[in-house]
Ligand binder design. Structure first.
Ligand SMILES: NC(=O)c1ccc[n+]([C@@H]2O[C@H](COP(=O)([O-])OP(=O)(O)OC[C@H]3O[C@@H](n4cnc5c(N)ncnc54)[C@H](O)[C@@H]3O)[C@@H](O)[C@H]2O)c1
Length: 457
């Protein structure tokens, strides 16, 4: 830790915490051990900080304490090694937070059925933490949320403990940028934005992150609100650009233009252009959710975020558009969707990960099932899907299991839809054994044989 984070500050608690960070005797706690919290807890533990994870999910706690990983990017050997060294443990007991000097909140921020922010997890975690907050601690919120959450929601709950921010404890927001499956950018080399409620909070959080993030990669901003808005801008940027290209894909289809060829051509421009690709829809915990947080908050200011809502509308139409491509493809072969056997390949929200939250495949399967198709799916990363909220008409609550791929199974399908092109899929083999293919990812690019059986998005 560089001493420049410390320079000019005059708070005895902050001095003490800086000293512990420098000496690597700092204790860290992470509330919420999911895709964000667990990899970060591992990084802190690897940096030598005694780390405790607090979660409400007993199974996750037991698995961590047994040295078993449930997240693709976290290695079981690493967990077991850190457990054995006494550097990492998990518990459901919030009282463990008392031992920590710095506490990171990484709980979910989903939306409600009506697409309003659901901050109940952040509130529960903040309340649970307030009951054990002690002077000298630093709290960092990492859950993606609307600007104002740290100051308007988390701070009052923490101060209900009787402690005062800036005097007794420190508070910052730092958005998470983890990109599961990304081989180039991970926790150590991805720049981190930090915005504290005061100077000491910003600098303390920065110094802590430098325990595992490469020097020079911390970007400080003036307030938590700026940091919160930064994360939303990043995700809205993706959502809007994906929507733009999805709209152009639909138009190109109608005009008889190959959008994939257009994109390859446009991507040769070395400046002022960044390629985004069409697909069967957007999924995950971020792109389809976060823009709504801002739209909701904007209404408090009599402001309507038309761009954001339009992008969401276009992206949400893509599973329907993709299902319609299947209907059109079958139609050309004289078949109705009703009763047809459809296999959907890939159930995650992007390739080579194991996360199926808000996955377009789930929406597509619901649509196909609601229209009477015999729909099934295959994904080596997603053993089963439970449906409980129908998109169109009641399909009832049901569970689909991933079907193992075989030549015979593919040959028995009326149509195979490539929704996600995991690297482990043998696309030429799939094409060879499928009667009809709808390719929503341009995964069949370069395949010459059987082209007449392939319909692209
Ligand atoms: N997954 C990503 O790629 C990603 C990237 C950037 C930001 N984010 C944001 O980070 C936050 C966390 O996302 P995630 O993907 O890690 O979610 P997740 O669902 O994988 O993990 C959240 C964890 O919090 C636990 N939890 C829920 N309530 C709790 C409580 N009251 N106390 C303790 N633990 C509790 C859950 O059991 C779960 O283990 C969200 O705001 C998300 O938008 C996620």
């Amino acid at each position: 830790m560089e001493d420049h984070w410390k320079r000019g500050l005059s708070n005895a608690w902050a001095d003490d915490l800086f000293e512990r960070i420098r000496a690597r005797t700092v204790g860290v706690a992470v509330i919420g051990l999911g895709y964000v919290g667990l990899p970060m807890a591992v990084e802190f533990a690897k940096a030598g900080a005694k780390t405790v994870g607090v979660d409400v999910d007993q199974e996750k706690i037991e698995r961590i304490n047994r040295g078993e990983s449930y997240i693709l990017d976290v290695k079981a050997e690493e967990l077991a090694h850190l457990n054995a060294q006494g550097l990492l443990r998990a518990t459901a007991d919030y009282a463990a937070l008392k031992e920590a000097d710095a506490i990171f909140i990484c709980v979910p921020t989903p939306y409600t059925k009506m697409k309003a922010p659901d901050l109940s997890y952040v509130e529960d975690a903040s309340r649970g933490l307030a009951a054990h907050l002690r002077p000298g601690q630093l709290v960092v919120l990492q859950s993606t949320t609307y600007p104002g959450t740290t100051e308007e929601v988390v701070l009052p709950l923490l101060e209900s403990s009787g402690l005062k921010v800036g005097r007794d404890f420190f508070l910052a927001f730092s958005p998470e940028r983890i990109d599961p499956g990304n081989k180039e950018y991970g926790a150590r080399n991805t720049p981190k934005v930090v915005g504290g409620i005061d100077e000491a909070s910003t600098r303390l959080a920065s110094a802590l992150f430098e325990l595992f993030i490469e020097p020079g990669k911390i970007h400080q901003v003036s307030t938590p609100k700026v940091a919160e808005m930064t994360k939303l801008l990043e995700n809205i940027f993706r959502s809007v650009n994906i929507a733009l290209v999805n709209e152009l894909a639909k138009l190109s289809d109608r005009m008889g233009i190959d959008i994939w060829e257009v994109l390859d051509a446009a991507a040769t421009k070395p400046f002022g252009f960044m390629p985004f690709y069409p697909g069967p829809g957007v999924g995950g915990h971020c792109i389809p959710v976060d823009p709504y947080y801002l739209s909701w908050k904007a209404r408090e200011y009599d402001f309507y975020t038309k761009f954001i809502e339009l992008a969401a509308e276009v992206n949400q139409s893509m599973p329907f558009y993709t299902a319609n491509k299947v209907i059109e493809a079958l139609n050309r072969h004289g078949k109705p969707l009703l009763g047809s056997r459809i296999l959907v390949l890939g159930a995650t929200f992007k390739k080579d990960i194991d996360d199926a939250r808000n996955s377009p495949t789930v929406e597509i399967l619901k649509i196909l099932l609601a229209h009477g198709a015999q729909a099934s799916y295959h994904d080596p990363y997603v053993p089963r899907i439970t449906f409980n909220e129908p998109v169109m008409g009641p399909v009832g609550e049901r569970v689909l299991e991933s079907i193992p791929l075989s030549e015979g199974f593919l040959e028995g399908m009326d149509c195979t839809l490539i929704a996600v092109a995991h690297s482990c899929f043998d696309i030429p083999w799939i094409v060879r054994h499928s009667r009809l293919i709808v390719d929503a990812q341009n995964a069949t690019k370069g395949i010459r044989e059987g082209r007449e059986r392939i319909v692209r998005l």
